[in-house]
Write a protein that binds this ligand. Sequence first.
Ligand SMILES: [Zn+2]
Ligand SMILES: [Zn+2]
Length: 433
Amino acid sequence: MALQAVKGMNDVLPDEVARWHRVEALAREVFGAHGYREIRPPLLEVTELFERSVGDTTDIVQKEMYTFENRSAERGDAKRLTLRPEGTAGVVRAYVEHKMWGQSDEHRFYYLGPMFRHERPQKGRFRQFHQVGCEALGMPGPGIDVEMLSMLQQFLTAAGVGGLYFQLNTLGCPTCRAAGLAALKAYFEPHRAALCADCQRRLDQNALRVLDCKVEADQALARGAPTVLSSVLACTQGCGDHYRAVRAGLDALKVPFQENPLLVRGLDYYTRTVFEACSSELGSQSAVTGGGRYDRLVEEFGGQPTPAIGFALGVERLLMLQKDVVSARGPELSVVVAEESARSSAMVLVQGLRARGTWCDLDHSGKSVKSQMRRADKAGSTWVLVLGGLEMQAGKATLKNLRGGASKDVALEIDHIQAVIRSATPGAPSANP
Ligand SMILES: [Zn+2]
Ligand SMILES: [Zn+2]
């Protein structure tokens, strides 16, 4: 039997890759313009990293991670390794490990690449999925929160997401959150038996997580729950002021948002600002991306206290939202060998053109000129150069335009051929028919 890809792991085939390149190029452009620099942590990390950061009460850590016994554990290496289920933990680990706080107060990172979660496969959800994300470290004030949402607005709008708005909430700090959490627990406790098995456990471990449950009956109950918002707004550590400043900043930059006191996000490490970007053109599953502030994570990883904020965005999900097709390009030039005696000189010419960056196609089939011409047309080539012994002897040949432009006589020199190809607009109507 033929072997198949692992269930939930997806091949990205060459026809689709142009759309991936476009998203990746846009990320580099927009995030780069905001001062973010790329970081590439490994895909494999010690399991404890995610247990401590994502939180061992979360679904991700309890059910979804790909975790392995480490064969070299007896030599003192970590016993268990995990394929990264998200990007933030690795970035923060790298930041602490390389003591980057010593180099500057402020750091902005972006990353892109695959993540792994053992979820039940469904439409638009993969077990190897891809994220682009940003992390900004060392900035305690509300300004960076506002700037990050404004940057996301620019990125998502340019990526073709319509009807964009943000959902916004604050989870406060451990001090002010405690009172709200107690009220929340007291509210759910009489309904404990009616909650799903996961939520009964969440109630003991982190009551906020019950607000995030996908079970309909639990959602209905959650809608009547007290939120942590009122105690956060009264925080003596400034959590309320921070939240009000974020709202004012978003208003000033005309970044559309709705407050949602039930928004908690699925990870344990968030503090203060949390957000999701949504599209009004999507149905119930309207979130395109989400993130928030994680002011205590760097310290928990053994670094100096460093406030931070970040987001991650699913590339597959973003591509599903884009309806347009990026049409595949063809070669700039196809070289057709008319006589075998000309082949080795033709290959030298093609080698030179390719070395200078021209996408050049050469038929190795040895079939007729007619058949090679058909193939060049099918491949989408703009120009064709037919080379036989005669052309090689004369040192010149005719560049035929397959896209409706005029043909040109050229000297068989790399510079000349390249100049002619590059100066003509592909597919432009011929000026000299
Ligand atoms: Zn607080
Ligand atoms: Zn539940």
